[in-house]
Structure formats: C-alpha cells, structure tokens
Design a protein around this ligand. Structure first.
Ligand code: CP
Length: 339
C-alpha cells in the first residue's frame, strides 16, 4: 500500500502489477466487512464522496454509494433530472459546484471520453485536493468494472488466495460489441497485465482488426507501459473457435447508445451467431464460467436461460464483488486525505 501512487483513477493503462495486487488484497480484506457487528469500518469517517453520474447507472453508482458508506464516508449523489442543468447550468459549472463543497473524492461518469482526465488536470493545476475516479467515460475506460471483473476471475481460478498470479496463461474470451465498450478496454489492460491471453470475438463492424494492437502502445500522454510482459490479444470471428479453448467467457451488451448509426439490423441473426447460450457453450472443451458486466439484454448477447443459471454465470458474483472492489479504490484514494 505504501507504493500506491495514484491520486486519481482514470484508466487501467497506468496500473502496475503491484497496483493490481494491492487492489485484489484489499478487496479480499473488505469482502466481509458487512458481516461484522458494526457492518462498517471507520476508515473514511468525515470524508466527502460525491457521485456525479451524467449517464444512467444501476450497478456502479449504487455500489460506489454503498462502498463509501461501509467506509463511514459522507456521500452526495447528483441526479441529472433533479439538477440545475435544466436551468442552463453547464456540466463544468455543476462539477465545480461539487468541488467547492469540498468533495474529497469525485466519482464521475460521462458520455464524453476524457472528461474525468480533463477534470483531474484541472484540480491538479489549481492545487485542489480532490481525487477523480472515473466511473465510465464514453467508450474509453471503466476501471472499477475492469478491477471487479479481475477479482471475480482471480477468485474463480484461485478461491483461497486471489492474486495477479491467478490469471497467468488463462485464456479469456470476450464476445460482442468490443468497439463501443469501455468495459472491454479496461479488461484488456487488466487481464493482459496479469498474464492472461485474451481472444476477442465479434463481427468486424463491432470488432475492428486494430484491436489486436490495443495494448502495444500506451495511450497518448502516457510515456511508458508499467507492465513488462503482457498476455496476448487475438481476434477470432467464429464463436465456435473463440470458445474452444477458453477458460472463461465474457459477453458484452450491444451499446446502441454509442453507435453512430444502426450497425446491426437483425438482432436474431446476431444472437444466433454471437449469443452465449447453453448450446454455444457446448463448443467449449470444458465447463467455463460466463461473465457479463450488466446491464444484460436477454436474448441478444446472452440467453435468458443462461442469465438465470448461476451454476455457470458469475453475474451476481460480479455485482457482489463490485462493493469491496470499490471500497478498495475509495480507501486507496482516501489515504492521502488524512490532513
Ligand atoms: N456495468 C455497469 O457499469 O453497469 P451500470 O451501467 O448499471 O453502472
């Protein structure tokens, strides 16, 4: 924990193996806090955590809220519909209002890529001691989702001691709308950092060939990749081939809200070709777990029957693990707010 250097959490491209391990260990430590007699820890008592979601959310917003409360922080929740945005106030002025109220950690979701990073630059330049935590920006990044997925997979492969080592040489297949997915991008950074080999599967309209090079170069503005040797990324257009050797499968929703035009007209054909179902899972050489970050569109990327079969899907585990994972992130950002 002494090595924790991030004042903001914007993108997993900047995470070292130590950072991932710190988050995994803390998540394990926080997993059972709600079972204790007090159901809380005093770690962030008196700190102010602000949830600023400019896009809809069910899981992320409420689990950040619960995570903050389990660490005894004060929490503010912003709602677009109840805010002064309708009176013409700009999103920037809205954000600055919450910063002026003394937010120690500002959790932000926005449809535009880089809003969290721009905000982090702003607070740093103005010596404001507010940490920015990206809860999803456009199709760029969703770090807390990437980390809770990592924890869920590490726990599946190594229930007694989930760690970055639990993913080495594991073959993870991610299926669906990769192009518009911030979840896929965050998972590509985290899974390859921990030595997993990722197979991406989808039609070329939703999975351009360029994704094969996704982790080869750090994003603009980042000088180095903190990971010495990453797992591989490959692209497979056939679901049958992509599932054959998989150790785990993640399926993703078609993110229609981020598509420039209607890129898929026939959802039935999409389901037949790329849907994860009990039938398509027969192509796997063994029984494998299925992850989905939610929200799920039943009958499109995953069958309704599979959503209800928690002997195979880890969907409720992902939601469950989201709380201690987000507690870990808030705790780490809160470490430097003790003055
Ligand atoms: N996975 C995820 O980000 O879900 P929400 O949009 O409900 O927060």
């Amino acid at each position: 924990m002494n090595n924790w250097k991030h004042n903001h959490i914007l993108d997993l491209s900047t995470f070292s193996l130590d950072d991932y391990q710190t988050v995994l260990e803390l998540t394990t430590r926080f997993k059972d806090v709600h079972k204790s007699s007090s159901r809380k820890l005093p770690a962030l008592q008196g700190r102010l955590i602000t949830n600023l979601f400019f896009e809809p959310s069910t899981r992320t917003r409420t689990s950040f809220e619960l995570a903050a409360k389990r660490l005894s922080a004060d929490v503010q929740n912003f709602s677009v519909s109840a805010s002064s945005l309708s009176k013409g106030e700009t999103p920037l002025d809205t954000i600055l209002t919450y910063i002026s109220m003394g937010a120690d950690i500002l959790i932000i979701r926005h449809e535009s890529t880089n809003v969290p990073a721009d905000l982090a630059n702003y607070v740093d330049k103005n010596n404001i001691n507010t940490s920015i935590l990206n809860a999803g920006d456009g199709y760029h990044s969703h770090p807390s989702q990437g980390l809770l997925d990592l924890y869920t997979l590490a726990t599946f492969f190594n229930p007694s001691e989930p760690s970055t080592n639990s993913l080495i040489n594991k073959r993870i297949t991610i299926v669906g709308d990769i192009l518009h997915s911030r979840v896929a991008r965050s998972n590509l950074w985290s899974l390859t950092a921990c030595g997993a080999d990722v197979t991406l599967c989808g039609p070329s309209s939703l999975l351009p060939n360029e994704f094969i090079d996704f982790v080869l170069n750090p994003p603009p503005g980042q000088k180095i990749d903190p990971i010495n040797k990453r797992g591989s990324i490959s692209i497979e257009r056939s679901l049958k081939h992509a599932l054959k050797n998989a150790d785990a499968v993640m399926t993703l929703r078609l993110q229609k809200e981020r598509m420039k035009q209607n890129m898929l007209t026939d959802l039935e054909t999409y389901h037949e070709t790329y849907g994860i179902t009990h039938q398509s899972l027969k192509w796997c050489e063994k029984k494998v777990p299925v992850l989905h970050p939610g929200p799920v569109n039943r009958g499109i990327e995953i069958s309704s029957q599979l959503v209800e079969d928690n002997s195979i899907n880890l969907i409720s585990k992902q939601v469950e693990n989201g709380i201690p994972t987000r507690m870990a992130l808030l705790y780490l950002l809160g470490l430097n707010k003790n003055n």
